[in-house]
Design a protein around this ligand. Structure first.
Ligand code: PRX
Length: 701
């Protein structure tokens, strides 16, 4: 339960001036609203829904659900009977009803300082309508899936919203994923069209995105699946002329001047002083974004969708190694991300908000695209890296745009902390009001540095706990209402009812530690795993019937504060990105030299966790540095750079129980060089342990 009064000891309070204008100005107000959200969700969410446009209103109760597998199929339905369109709500409503057409939606800041552009709500609406018409003309219909594989450019938002406008379901694949991962996601979602770009720079490194996308499409074809169209945006290469090869023609695309591009506000935003990407072109499939968009109409009637129509699929790691297509639906997600954005960042119309995540992850979906746009906010959309060209970049951007609300990951904070306070204090940062973190537990030291050095103790830190599956924040402070404890995600958001269970599934009261679960749905919770409802039920609802199981461990202290202790399944969190050990293991065993692999996490000072891989080789194969490099490359190619192993060690034998189960607990100790292994009486062959410790030291990289 949430205490009646906020504690006075061991907590930090937000500065007084934030409270003056805050939506939720006190702990008492938070508690009052929280109780209303649980006791009377129809009224609580009904009031919020009044601010949105509904083509038809919902009938019946706000939420209908079953969370108990023993009582039948799991389902969540929100606002049944209502029809709406999110694109209409985040763009047309802002432009026409709220008169925000001239307001900046995004300040785009490129990888290279000086590369920049601005897009207003009106311009965004025009671009979205044009692309929506293009998609329609290419045969994309309501319910069709469209894969998007793009860098952090405004057109990525345009592509998402164009899908949503016509009722198509987007499946964004983070542009750091490999061709193999993209192919796997395209096949699983059976998408009809891919939207990509020529390439982009990450710091000094050119990423030839179209080359990778082509490789993925080839792999799909080899597996018997044809993606019919691929629309390519020229981000780095020239757009004065656009390819207009008719589909099916074998000749190289003819160039045609694109007059309307002269008016494109995004044109010339990248200074073309660096090598441009290679652009392989398949005339049977490829289409040029610019040539299509510049002749498309700016009028596009939105497709009115049912509340529970699919909105998007976003893949997240699953413990079996096969990514899960998390499916979110229209109305509940819209209300939830709009409300969490407004209250957790205490959004005010004069704010300039900046979330440093990539749109390819859920944080970008909910808190770069949908949440901020639903509130008519002005955001920074950043393509680059926190350390490029130097480690002051973030704070220079904060000053350049007078950013007021700033949201980043603990891994970025820990990385920048290493360089000391000078690169931060060199910049003014006087505009900052609220700081946020997401993605992994934040250690109190990093929290204090963020609060003290970056925010100069003026800005509350909102440590937001949530998941791809939850759609939006579920445990989080509200900046003017919740006294902070460094490292705690504090209390539930409105509509969310957490509990802590022991191994037998009993709810623990008061201070306790165990499995973090949720007892009832909130509007933004996922509805299913795309194409596999059974996997949805098994993963989240089977272990403890009646509860949504997060997969995270959690502690509740004497004041009722929740502290996430980390994953308690076979998932690793590397730099705020979830990876399943099984996924990395299967990439390793695909190498002909590897007979068996076991991957565990090892604490890392910046990334949170690093990947430590044990590999048993096939008979006759010798372990050496060259093989190690090949294995590293193999994992990068199969999954992507985020999964690159930090450590690989030769493991002639793995510690197993008599029934053949690998004892990961023991491997974690070995990876950490901890000799106290605990109870190893179930080990089938204890002699493997000494050998693993011996092999250890020489494999550190
Ligand atoms: O383990 C938790 C951790 O990230 C997981 C969700 O990862 P993903 O679906 O990729 O979404 C990340 C962005 C929302 C959770 O199960 N996690 C996320 N936020 C926090 C966190 N752990 C501790 N504190 C957080 N604030």
């Amino acid at each position: 339960m949430i205490p009646d009064k906020a504690p006075r000891e061991d907590v930090l309070y937000a500065a007084g001036d934030l409270k003056k204008e805050a939506h939720v100005p006190s702990f008492e107000k938070y508690k009052e609203l929280y109780i209303k959200s649980i006791d009377n969700p129809d009224e609580f969410w009904g009031d919020i829904a009044k601010d949105f446009y509904w083509k038809t209103k919902h009938t019946g109760q706000f939420l209908d659900y079953n969370f108990d597998v023993t009582k039948g199929e799991i389902f969540v339905k929100c606002m049944e009977g209502a029809t709406t369109n999110i694109c209409y709500n985040v763009l047309d409503r802002n432009v026409h009803e709220k008169k925000l057409g001239d307001k900046v939606a995004f300040y785009w800041e490129g990888n290279e300082p000086g590369d920049e552009s601005t897009v207003t709500y009106r311009e965004l609406l025009q671009q979205v309508c044009r692309l929506a018409n293009v998609l329609k003309s290419q045969g994309v219909k309501k319910g069709d899936r469209v894969s998007i594989y793009m860098p952090m450019v405004v057109e990525l938002v345009v592509a998402m919203l164009a899908c949503v406008r016509i009722g198509a379901v987007h499946s964004i694949v983070f542009a750091g994923f490999s061709a193999e991962s993209l192919c796997e996601r395209i096949l699983d979602s059976q998408c009809c069209l891919l939207i990509t770009a020529d390439g982009f720079y990450r710091g000094d490194k050119l990423i030839n995105l179209k080359v990778i996308a082509d490789e993925a499409l080839h792999k799909c074809r080899d597996k018997g699946y044809l993606v019919q169209r691929c629309i390519m945006l020229r981000h780095l290469s020239k757009v004065e002329e656009a390819e207009v090869a008719p589909l099916g023609s074998q000749s190289p695309p003819a160039k045609r001047p694109c007059p309307d591009l002269q008016q494109d506000p995004q044109r010339d935003r990248v200074k073309k002083t660096r090598p441009v990407p290679q652009v392989p072109w398949n005339p049977e499939v490829d289409l040029c974004w610019h040539s299509l968009v510049c002749v498309a109409s700016e009028e596009c009637e939105p497709e009115w969708c049912d509340s529970e129509d699919p909105l998007f699929i976003l893949y997240t790691s699953g413990s079996t190694g096969k990514p899960k297509g998390v499916l979110h639906t229209v109305s509940g997600y819209m209300l939830y991300v709009a409300t969490t954005f407004k209250l957790v960042f205490d959004y005010q119309p004069s704010d300039v908000y900046w979330c440093t995540a990539d749109i390819g992850w859920i944080t970008g979906h909910s808190y770069i695209t949908y949440g901020p746009l639903a509130n008519g906010a002005t955001s920074v959309l950043f393509e680059g890296l926190p350390t490029y060209p130097d480690v002051s970049r973030m704070w220079e951007i904060v000053d350049k745009y007078s950013v007021t609300k700033f949201y980043t990951a603990p891994t970025a904070i820990r990385l920048l902390m290493k360089y000391g306070s000078e690169p931060v204090t060199r910049c003014k940062r006087t505009s900052l009001k609220v700081l946020g973190t997401v993605g992994e537990p934040i250690n109190p030291e990093a929290w204090q540095w963020y609060y003290t050095v970056v925010g100069e103790k003026r800005c509350p830190v909102v440590d937001t706990f949530w998941q791809t599956e939850t759609g939006g924040h579920v445990l989080t402070p509200l900046p003017a209402a919740t006294p902070m404890k460094p490292g705690s995600a504090t209390f539930p958001f409105f509509g969310v009812v957490p509990a802590i269970l022991n191994e037998s599934g009993e709810e623990l009261e008061g201070p306790s530690e165990g499995y973090l679960v949720f007892k009832q749905p909130w509007p933004g919770v996922m509805r299913t795993v795309y194409g596999n409802h059974q996997r949805f039920e098994t993963t989240y609802f089977k272990k403890f019937p009646g509860y949504y199981v997060t997969g995270d461990g959690c502690r509740r202290d004497k004041d009722g504060y929740y502290w996430i202790t980390g994953r308690i399944d076979d998932m690793l969190n590397v730099s705020g990105h979830l990876l399943s050990t099984a996924e990395v293991e299967s990439a390793l065993v695909e190498h002909e030299a590897v007979a068996e692999a076991a991957v565990v996490g090892r604490p890392h000072p910046v990334k949170g966790e690093s990947l430590y891989c044990f590999v048993s080789l096939r008979d006759g194969v010798t372990y050496n540095r060259s093989l190690e490099a090949q294995l590293r490359k193999q994992v990068r190619e199969k999954i992507g750079a985020i999964a690159t192993p930090d450590y690989i060690q030769n493991a002639p034998g793995l510690p197993k129980t008599r029934s053949g189960k690998i004892m990961r607990r023991v491997l974690r100790k070995i990876a950490n060089n901890e000799r106290d292994l605990g109870d190893v009486s179930t080990l089938a062959d204890p002699s493997v342990i000494e050998q693993l410790f011996e092999n250890r030291s020489c494999s550190d990289v």
